[in-house]
Design a protein around this ligand. Structure first.
Ligand SMILES: [Zn+2]
Length: 128
């Protein structure tokens, strides 16, 4: 009567298939919030001569490492001020974000007077 036959032989494959979320979640390099990949803009970096250009990859087809960003100025600015792209792409050199700005329809801002002075930005990078 002692059925010591514990049916423990059943390998419970914990590789739960079909349990993956429908939409991939990514972290915005600007606000660091997670969002569905579909809601974020993929950004890749392209070398242009001796500098690097951040390029919006709307179709998500470009090769290489990608970063994800909300298509919002706020997030772009945040990413810029904390040098998120440089870190995301492990470049160690500045990344030109002009194309990204254009893509997001910058120029609407209007308050920026003749840029050029690349002086000091917000000293609020104390967040660590
Ligand atoms: Zn964001």
């Amino acid at each position: 009567m002692d059925n010591a036959d514990a049916t423990a032989g059943k390998v419970d494959s914990s590789m739960a298939r079909g349990a993956r979320p429908k939409s991939l979640m990514r972290t915005c390099v600007g606000c660091r919030r997670r969002a569905a990949q579909a809601d974020l803009l993929r950004v890749v970096v392209v070398a242009q001569g001796d500098r690097y250009l951040a390029v919006p990859d709307g179709r998500r087809q470009m090769p290489g490492r990608g970063a994800y960003l909300h298509p919002a100025h706020q997030c772009l600015q945040r990413a810029e001020s904390r040098q998120a792209f440089i870190k995301a792409f492990r470049l160690g050199v500045p990344v030109d974000l002009q194309l990204l700005r254009t893509e997001m329809g910058a120029g609407d801002v209007g308050t920026e007077d003749q840029g050029g002075t690349d002086g000091e930005e917000h000293a609020m990078s104390a967040q660590r």
